[in-house]
Design a protein around this ligand. Structure first.
Ligand code: DX5
Ligand code: ZN
Length: 226
């Protein structure tokens, strides 16, 4: 059965108290760090020096989501910093296969993300170059947006291709994940779930992670029993 992973996004955390905010999600599988450059997306967050400090104090591994232009140039530096997983956007890379290989060569897992309107088919031949495929379920840039249901068929296509290939690629979804939408995303085949507002907007983030994990696991169990 697929493992259900819950990766809270610190985009919805209190940026002045990041160390304490990280301790509140110590039962997460990884912490999702959204890096935005105000160019690839119309928002600006944090860069490599801050990501390195987060890594130094985080109780769980880092899952960096780079929403930055010219990923070919900037993403390898995040892998050099020792991050467990680095995800770049396909739309921001000239040579995604070369970039994925560079990330792996530097010791990180290689992830590639697709915006909601980007088709997955052109990338299915390069699955073996990836450790994770991220299907965005909102337009990247901001937390707190509503889950886009039209991405579900794309998640299904990606799951069928991954299963058909026999390659171990995690299928991540990011944007609008709640205790309700996680059911649809898991049913479609996603197994790694990013949640920002659903975790940090809850009174008890660790309990919210537990509820999301339970909901996602039930659906993944049902799918594997089919
Ligand atoms: C959006 C980011 C997401 C965001 C998710 O561009 O990539 O990781 O933080 O936030 P929610 O879960 O609130 O949609
Ligand atoms: Zn993200």
């Amino acid at each position: 059965m697929l493992q259900c992973c819950i990766n809270p996004s610190i985009l919805s955390a209190d940026f002045v108290n990041l160390e304490a905010e990280l301790q509140r999600i110590s039962n997460a599988d990884a912490v999702h760090v959204d890096v935005m450059d105000n160019h690839f997306v119309p928002n600006l967050t944090l860069g490599l020096p801050v990501v390195q400090r987060i890594q130094a104090v985080s109780p769980v591994p880092l899952d960096a989501h780079l929403m930055i232009s010219d990923a070919d140039r900037w993403a390898p530096g995040f892998a050099d910093a020792g991050l467990a997983s680095v995800t770049f956007h396909a739309e921001a890379s000239i040579a995604p296969v070369k970039l994925a290989r560079e990330l792996r060569a530097r010791g990180s897992k290689a992830g590639m993300a697709l915006r909601p309107a980007t088709a997955v088919e052109p990338y299915l031949d390069m699955l073996e170059e990836l450790d994770m495929l991220l299907i965005m379920t909102v337009e990247p840039g901001f937390g707190g947006q509503a889950f886009l249901d039209f991405t579900l068929p794309k998640i299904r296509k990606a799951r069928a291709a991954i299963d058909g290939s026999g390659i171990n690629v995690a299928l991540q979804v990011d944007g609008g994940i709640t205790e309700e939408t996680i059911l649809r995303a898991a049913e479609a085949g996603a197994n790694v779930f990013v949640a920002g507002s659903a975790v940090y907007g809850a009174e008890d983030p660790a309990a919210a992670i537990g509820r999301l994990r339970e909901a996602g696991s039930i659906k993944l169990r049902a799918a594997s029993a089919e």
